[in-house]
Design a protein around this ligand. Structure first.
Ligand code: NOJ
Length: 951
């Protein structure tokens, strides 16, 4: 009977997944008022706010408990509670002052820490508050600043100085509050509004007969939603904190939400949301745009920006989390300099309170500080920056071969073709469907001829079939997530039907999972196969909110509720590890892994995409703010399904989507199984040619993308960058999220995302000349400019000051472009100068880490173009690699915006260590409103060499 019910539930879920007529099923997902702790958290905040100064603060730091040693301050905070609960609850506080100027605040609960609590329902769950999220999220940046010292301490507060720039922190005792000061100004305050919450442990007390409840305990001891009951063996244990950013008008980050880049207010009012931003990784089917609803991944990292300053807050907690955002209004009548401030209220269901303050002072520093902690994006293999062709599903190996041939036939470049779940035998991963994929190697071989790759999907649900060896191995070794009793593997429903889930938190399970990618174990798989991890929120069709019950148990007996948001990352990390091991020591190639679920730190091993969007203009427009949010949250390798997953895009939408997609860091066309075939060559003319141009533009600019990714992999700077990052002193641009810059290239893009649009307005943040990428029309003057944007045109400008490196030969894949010559385009600024960087390595191995790369700076000072190594000590560069590049030339230099008197220049002199020679210069006078352009063809300069072109 139970099996029948589960089967029915699965069927309903499957039908729901295939029903394309409705938008998101709101009823499947909780609102704040349906999530016990969020409701309590908001109600508490409202009570405190309503009481105003009359509120008696509950939390107080005991001054005599403070001690500061070697960069770490410890103290005890006491929470005042009912006498019957003991009157006071002891909360150990640890504040760490870190050498990178970051400060960390951790608050725990002594009783739970010591395990002095009783669990209900004979649960085997851990008693402590979860404190291991750092094991998965952090990779460094936590060295203590041993010079942190107390500046002064009195009856009310203690002031500490730390960090490289004399940052200060003031800790007020009662009410307990922490203020972070930089440059003499308070940048953020924790608990300014007294919303701090740590729901302390207490035993469940049954009401005596006739006794009335004094508080609403209805969500304390168990909680039901959508027919599922969560047993909550530890009772209420949520945490909460308000964080205020005084004078900061914008906050950004905390992806993933289908909403704008600058976060909206969430407590109602015109144009605002009613619900907090939610972070609870979930398979939100047919998600809607402009909504704070949760989606597939979460990164609890927020930035606040005001004119000239950016700071960050990282809330290290992997349980369900909600964040309210409100702004205090400027008083228009006020004569004071008062600015708008942003207030945030963070609420998590469980775990310790663990928050980092990142002092900036600008976005670049914030990203460095965040990368110090969670790591940077891995440098992707170069092929993965090309175009990816996917659909659910390519039906057979012949289908794949056919699509591959058609790309060539229609002269469209692409690098990767993908297989969705149907390639397997009955959704058993690491197997091939014996009828349609009976010779997978032949397909991989064909792809390899053009240096192309195959990506196959491998999900974390393992078919519960006693004859499936992988399931047998997993269950007999105890590597699956357990149900709430902790004895048996949890059983739920997903694509294969009844399934169990591999536990990525279990180190032994991870070792085992990695071994599955060995080419001896994964049959008919070769080295040009890479991996897609989907459904790893995890998606459980018959589970609460389409995911796992929160009382399931993971390795170490941590409840699923504690680790929910990082479980998907633990899984894709294991996959990445398997791929590294697959190629064997010394032969490692950079793996490509795509994940749908993610957490802080996911950037180290995977790319992400925004899940199941729809073939609509709203979803096309929504994609960029989402991708920008990912980038500023440290995970820049991001994209959205080009064309829209659900539905069938009309040709105009399809074309505009490819033009947008060409500027997604991760560029993949994908479609639902019921969508019509839509490989880019299938669309009619003139669309086909326009789509081809978009693909070719992507390949032409691969050097720009690769250079931008290399920087991101070093210091965390996003690959596509919004205005607030690029122009921190221009708050007018802080709200813009439909145009952005690509790396340091000066390329400013504003793809058209509206139907029928043939003109758009682009915002220029400064007075430099901006040149149209195609025809060199000049736009100048801070403010909005109309840009012509007929269907065949992507509004794309280059900011004067920057050099754009390109590869102009049309090839079939990125791999085939490896030794192609470069074109360098210098966009000249108001001072007559320009310059930029180019990074290049073998694109596939890790040998760049031992010096096999070039990083060149090409600068134009008005008279000379100088090529030299950038910021790399000579001895680190491997001469053998430079030698391997000796035949790679600069085939063309284009200078845009040269003065009129260049018309008389006929030749230039090129000098390198081998000699000096003359080359022709061609001058083209720009029509009115267009730039003059000078071109030097074939200067015979090596891209890896040091040389000077005298003009
Ligand atoms: C859900 C993913 O979001 C989608 O991209 C994929 O095609 C289906 N799962 C089937 O695997």
């Amino acid at each position: 009977m139970q099996l029948l019910t589960a089967k029915l539930a699965c069927l309903v879920a499957l039908v729901a997944q295939l029903d394309l007529t409705n938008a998101v099923k709101h009823a499947d997902f909780k609102t704040c008022s349906q999530s016990g702790f969020c409701k309590r958290g908001r109600e508490f905040a409202d009570r405190v706010a309503a009481a105003g100064p009359a509120w008696t603060p509950e939390y107080e730091l005991a001054k005599d408990t403070i001690s500061l040693n070697d960069g770490v301050l410890t103290a005890t905070v006491f929470k005042t509670v009912d006498e019957k609960d003991g009157g006071k609850v002891e909360l150990p506080l640890k504040m760490s002052f870190l050498v990178n100027s970051v400060a960390r605040v951790q608050l725990d609960e002594a009783k739970r820490q010591k395990g002095e609590i009783e669990l209900r329902h004979d649960s085997k769950a851990r008693k402590e508050r979860y404190n291991e999220a750092e094991k998965f999220a952090l990779v460094g940046g936590t060295n203590y600043d041993v010079h942190a010292n107390i500046l002064n301490s009195d009856e009310d507060s203690t002031k500490i100085r730390y960090g490289w720039d004399g940052q200060q922190v003031v800790i007020d005792y009662k009410p307990f509050k922490i203020s972070f000061i930089r440059d003499g100004e308070v940048q953020a305050v924790f608990n300014q509004r007294n919303f701090l919450t740590m729901e302390h442990w207490r035993p469940k007390r049954e009401l005596k007969e006739g006794e009335e409840a004094t508080v609403d305990e209805s969500t304390w001891w168990d909680e039901s939603f959508g027919g599922n009951t969560d047993s909550k063996p530890r009772g209420p244990e949520s945490i909460g904190l308000d964080i205020t950013f005084p004078g900061y008008e914008h906050v950004y980050g905390i992806p993933e939400h289908a909403s704008g880049l600058s976060l909206k207010e969430t407590r109602g009012g015109e144009g605002n949301y009613e619900e907090p931003y939610r972070l609870y990784n979930a398979d939100v089917f047919e998600y809607i745009t402009d909504s704070p609803m949760t989606l597939y991944g979460s990164i609890p990292f927020m930035q606040a920006a005001k004119n000239g300053s950016t700071v960050g807050v990282f809330w290290l907690n992997s349980a369900e989390t909600w964040v309210d955002v409100t702004k205090s209004k400027k008083n228009p009548a006020s004569l004071s300099n008062e600015k708008q401030s942003t207030h945030t209220h963070w609420m998590s269901e469980t775990g310790i309170l663990d928050v980092f303050f990142l002092p900036g002072p600008n976005a670049g520093y914030v990203y460095e500080q965040y990368s110090d902690l969670t790591g940077t994006t891995t440098l992707p293999p170069q092929f993965s920056l090309g175009y990816h062709q996917c659909r659910w599903n390519y039906v057979s190996q012949d289908d794949i071969k056919d699509v591959d041939r058609n790309f060539d036939k229609f002269d469209m470049p692409y690098d990767v073709i993908w297989l969705d779940i149907e390639y397997t035998e009955d959704k058993k991963y690491f197997t091939w469907d014996p009828s349609n994929f009976n010779d997978p190697l032949s397909m991989q071989k064909q792809l390899d001829m053009r240096d192309r790759k195959l990506v196959v999907i491998i999900d974390p649900h393992i078919k519960n079939d006693p004859n499936y060896s992988i399931n047998k191995e997993m269950n007999s070794a105890g590597y699956a997530v357990k149900d709430k009793h902790g004895e048996k593997s949890f059983e739920g429903w997903c694509w294969p039907g009844s399934s169990n889930w591999v536990d990525g938190l279990n180190p032994n399970a991870v070792t085992w999972w990695k071994s599955l990618f060995d080419l001896k174990r994964f049959p008919s798989c070769s080295k040009n196969v890479h991996i897609w991890n989907d459904m790893n929120e995890p998606s459980v069709f018959n589970g609460p909110e389409i995911t796992m019950p929160k009382d399931n148990l993971h390795y170490g007996n941590w409840e699923h509720r504690d680790v929910h948001n990082l479980a998907g990352m633990a899984f894709h990390n294991a996959t990445y590890g398997g791929m590294i091991e697959r190629d064997g020591p010394g032969n490692e190639r950079r793996p490509f892994v795509l994940t749908r679920s993610f957490f802080a730190g996911s950037q180290r091993t995977a790319a992400m995409w925004t899940g199941d969007n729809q073939a609509s203009w709203e979803h096309l427009a929504q994609a960029f703010p989402m991708i920008l949010s990912q980038g500023i949250a440290g995970m820049p390798f991001a994209g959205a399904d080009v064309g829209g997953f659900f539905g069938n895009p009309v040709p105009e939408l399809f074309t505009r989507w490819y033009q947008s997609g060409a500027f997604y860091p991760f560029f993949r066309g994908h479609a639902h199984i019921d969508a019509k075939r839509r490989e880019p060559y299938l669309v009619d003319e003139p669309y086909r040619s326009i789509v081809r141009d978009a693909l070719r533009l992507r390949y032409q600019l691969l050097p720009v993308w690769y250079t931008a990714f290399q920087r991101a992999s070093k210091d965390g700077m996003p690959v596509i960058r919004p205005h607030f990052v690029m122009f921190p002193n221009d708050p007018e641009g802080f709200g813009i999220d439909d145009q952005f810059f690509v790396g340091d290239s000066g390329l400013l893009v504003k793809p058209v995302v509206k139907e029928g649009q043939t003109e758009t307005e682009v915002y220029l943040p400064d007075d430099e000349p901006y040149y149209d990428y195609q025809d060199y029309k000049v736009y100048k003057g801070k403010g909005w400019h109309k840009v012509h944007a007929p269907l065949e045109k992507i509004p794309l400008l280059v900011r004067g000051s920057h050099m754009v490196p390109r590869k102009d030969r049309h090839r079939r894949s990125a791999g085939l472009m490896k030794f192609d010559p470069y074109t360098l385009v210098f966009a000249i600024n108001n001072e007559g100068k320009s310059g930029g960087l180019l990074y290049h390595d073998d694109g596939e191995t890790f040998s760049y880490s031992t010096g096999s790369y070039i990083r060149k700076s090409y600068s134009f000072d008005g008279r000379n173009i100088i090529s030299r190594d950038f910021d790399v000590p000579d001895e680190r560069i491997d001469p053998a690699f430079v030698d391997s590049m000796k035949n790679v030339r600069v085939e063309k230099i284009i200078l845009v915006g040269v003065p009129d008197d260049w018309k008389d220049k006929k030749t230039v002199t090129v000098t390198d260590k081998e000699g000096e020679w003359k080359v022709d210069l061609e001058f083209k006078k720009g029509e009115k409103g267009y730039a003059n352009v000078a071109t030097v063809r074939d200067p015979k300069a090596k891209v890896a060499g040091d040389w000077i072109v005298e003009l």
